[in-house]
Design a protein around this ligand. Structure first.
Ligand code: ADP
Length: 246
């Protein structure tokens, strides 16, 4: 969005057109900036009352004499957890792509191996990680992207999750595949929208925010890449493509 049309010096129609195009880009950029600022301000504002609510509820849950009250308080505490996750995710969404975080060279195989080692999996995990697949990016964001895909894969897999890093057609490719029920073709774009959760038994029970894939795709785009669901006979395969850093 920050690129501008070169401005010819004259007063002819082309110069006028270039000026109009640039003025429109300026307005768009300011509008996007205001929207991001709003999401960021709102998230910060929401944090304080949520923290207060949590403190009061935790205090109340220390007095377990009344079982009915205790149940109400515990349920309110779970709602507070959820609110907190949504606010954290919204704040992250507002920050992606603002250039506020430092970029570095990242070896995708090393990053994936470290993230997998850090986690404990309740199911079988297969890896096929090629070396020397290096990209430029914000490490924390790319780890988060992979984390969101792994969270989902674990939630929806029947028994096996596989993670692949390779370079293909001049791009870096990182793919996370599970052997679960899959995502119907008609829903494959919709799941990347904010707050979309498919109405399946597992999604309902899963307690996510519905923001995980929106965040993952936003991070992919901010890095000049794409995140898509690819066809499989069985299960789901998320493929992240990023420009290779040479
Ligand atoms: P959340 O997981 O918090 O609900 P996401 O944005 O990560 O939100 O995912 C949106 C929805 O996409 C999920 O609720 C689920 O219905 C569907 N989904 C995501 N990943 C998978 C997967 N690996 N297999 C099947 N469905 C999935």
């Amino acid at each position: 969005l920050s690129r501008r049309v070169p401005q010819p010096s004259g007063q002819d129609e082309i110069a006028l057109l270039a000026r109009t195009a640039n003025a429109t880009l300026d307005r768009l950029e300011r509008a996007v900036g205001r929207q991001r600022q709003f999401a960021s301000d709102a998230s910060h504002e929401l944090r304080t009352p949520i923290a207060g609510l949590r403190a009061n509820l935790e205090d109340a849950s220390m007095h377990p004499e009344d079982n009915d009250l205790r149940a109400v308080v515990d349920s309110a505490l779970r709602d507070t957890d959820r609110l907190e996750s949504i606010v954290t995710d919204l704040l992250l969404l507002a920050r992606i792509g603002t250039g506020a975080s430092a970029e570095e060279s990242i070896d995708l195989a090393e990053m994936a191996a470290a993230e997998i080692a850090r986690r404990t999996f309740a199911l079988k995990i297969r890896t096929d990680l090629a070396g020397d697949v290096v990209v430029r990016g914000v490490r924390m964001q790319l780890v988060r992207l992979l984390g969101n895909l792994l969270d989902n894969a674990e939630r929806y897999a029947d028994g096996i999750v596989s993670v692949e890093v390779t370079s293909r057609d001049g791009h870096a490719l990182l793919a996370v595949t599970d052997d679960g029920a899959g995502i119907p073709v008609a829903d494959r774009e919709r799941v990347f929208e904010r707050f979309t959760r498919l109405d399946t038994a597992r999604s309902r029970g899963a307690g996510g925010t519905g923001l995980g894939l929106a965040i993952a795709r936003e991070i992919a785009h901010a890095h000049g890449g794409t995140l898509r669901i690819e066809d499989r006979d069985h299960g789901t395969r998320f493929a992240l493509r990023l420009p290779l850093h040479t």
